[in-house]
Design a protein around this ligand. Sequence first.
Ligand code: GLC
Length: 483
Amino acid sequence: MHVLHVTSELHPFSKTGGLADMVGALAKALAHSGTQISVLTPLYRVARQRATDLRSLNWRFEIRIGARNYEGAFWEQRGLAGERILFVQQDELYDRPGIYEENKQPYPDNDLRFVFLSRAAALLARHLNPAPSVVHCHDWQTGLVPLLIHHEREAGVWPFAPRTVLTIHNLAYLGYFPASTWALTGLPLDYFHPEACEFWAGVSLLKTGLVFADALTTVSPHYAVEITTPEYGCGLEGILMRRRSDLRGILNGVDYSEWNTISNPYLSAGYDASNFSGKAACKAVVQGEYGLPQRADVPLFGTVGRLDPQKGVDFMVGALEQVLQEDIQFVQLGTGVAWLENACRALAHRHPGKVGVRIGFDPALAHRIEAGLDFFLMPSRFEPCGLNQLYSLRYGTPPIVRDTGGLHDSVVDPRDDPGGATGIKFQDPSSSALAHAMRKALAVWAEPELLAHFRRNGMAADFSWNRFTTQYVELYGSLLGRG
Ligand code: GLC
């Protein structure tokens, strides 16, 4: 079985969020488990800098979009587990400083950029040797691919066309564009109606994929149920409800060869569940990097991630305002919307010596923070899977999470299982509910044996990919009529 993944970001070549980590790690794990894997992704400027061993496939092609022909070319590099990483080059569209945006402004031609990626993917799938039997797409940027393949299969021009899977990493990004975008797809207008690709008089590339992919997945079982409801369905709950027998939630795994506390080039000291002294050293390092007093006796809270209302950052700042009355410290790393960046800066300004803020993107610092914190905050309004709570569990840092999506599925609250507790869950997306949860964490902090119990449980929890890859392999097999 040969599976071609198509993704708009891929660790370690390009990353703005969890999508890159997830596809990079899944492709590697599937390749390890013996599935033949190729991954197609754009040759962004940053990818070209990071790809160390690019080889040309000597494969140039042209795609007619609107009134123009766009030339492209394919390049390749081998991944760590033997997976084939294929890059599509189109310098006008991808050789830019950003992946989706510059100076917080999305590129105005993002519809063209990702329609081009999708059309290049369909072309690659049709002519690649060996041919893929499944094409696995991720998020709105590749949502057109299932329809492109479906269309050619139905037209009889591609009789052995592959089966398609679409994974929803975040339903809130609809890939929504004006109706005029339809002309870029090269497809007939027959598909442009509300039962197919039209959404509120425009085009939703995500909806297109939800309608036409042979199978749908999302990144946790709980989110798979949530998105069939109006509260979480972003207006697509109707189609998801209709397709619920084709939709399954498979939790994301972690690549523990990168995310571990024993041999990790980013950490100044290693540690495991039998001895936390290295973790104490990591805490002092983080306090030092943020210019906070290097005290072992003060609980250090923190978070890493996009500053976005999805992540609950607005009410997190409110909760911190309350709990910072106590003797605690807080550090943050991430970029995002301007008003939340400003809210974080203002918080640091009001609490000198207690709060450290770093508006930026720094993978090495992210590892150090996961290791150095005492508690990791993840108060998301919704969270398809969430990876940082999985990283923090492995780093012995109990997460404090809102009880939603993948956070529901991966964190154990003491009220549900005192013996197996790994973190603290709360329900309401409000400052008071999060502040209450943080005070519970302070009660845990006050009892070192209890804290060690949380840490040990979290570090022992297994979210390695080999637990989850079999579910994808079974899904692919079922699409091919085997299993
Ligand atoms: C998106 C989701 C996140 C998920 C990640 C990888 O970033 O918001 O919850 O973990 O994709 O699937």
